[in-house]
Unconditional design. Sequence first.
Length: 358
Amino acid sequence: MSDASGSIEAGLEALSERYRQRFADADDELALRGARAEVLGKKGELTTALRGMKDVAPDQKKSVGELVNRVRASIEDMFEARLAALRQGMLEAELNARPFDLSLPGRLPVGRGHLHPVRQVMDEILDIFKSLGFEASWGPEVEVEANNFTKLAFPPDHPATDMQDTFWVDVAGADPAARPLLRTHTSNVQVREMSSRKPPMAVVSGGAVYRRDDDVTHSPMFHQIEGFLVDQRVSFAELKGVLTAFAQRLYGPDTPVRFRPSYFPFVEPGAEVDVGCVFCKVEDGTRASCRVCKTSGWLEILGCGMIHPEVFRHCGIDAEAYTGFAFGMGVERVAMLRYGIPDIRVLFENDPRFLAQF
Ligand code: PHE
């Protein structure tokens, strides 16, 4: 070896020895990585030392090059070994540390959760009907066209069945002729219950429904409560009695209730129920202006009617022997009126600052 290569070799050995010590002294990963950068980094010492290469005689270049690569690899190995040792040490320290006591109380106060306001209102309404003798039932949110529309006597071209109004869905493996959809109302529960059991029956059911609707008072997903009663000789008088009792339980015993004729394909006759506006005050016999009821003095709360004989026939119930009534209502609307919530969307944003108020 020439002088130049000899001194390079000695220099590299010294360098390697120095960094063995530096790595051993590094007592955490950050310090270790810092030391590595100082030798192997772009401006590291090994790189700088290589500048000496230009003085190496051409016939020595190959062996000096190999030497440099060996030194580099060995420094790299020393680094990896020290890194593994540091990590092992940390792991052992963690395992040997005083055990973490999961049963200790937390340091931050953790607020206690509660049911969502829509769920609270839904349960309250269901409870009123349960106390009147209705039993609770359930129906799926993904439904077939027959149970949501056809058996409820919707004509095939009814606008509610339109793409603009209803979410039709592709269900893998489902018969496309069944035309699956997201139920647009909870009235599918009527069809399911009446098709699978014999009267008398009085059933309530609550749950999510879906429509292509989205503005301050309409959400594409919202909740409804459905109820119906089937027996011999059920008349409109029972419908009025039950729904009046319900409205006065929910809004107070003196609440005025009125029934207005209305149309739904699956009832005949059909009606909508209004309660006296709970927001506007009557002074000197006249109403102060009210945004909620538009100063009409009435708030619509539900749709109802006598179950159409056609629906009974579709569900296998003898329409000569039985009559019944049905009703359906939106849950969010009740919550919005009760709490003075002007925009339905805040109910589903789940901002804890909003939810904490209930
Ligand atoms: N399903 C109707 C709706 O979504 C409400 C309703 C239910 C009307 C039962 C009458 C009887 O608007």
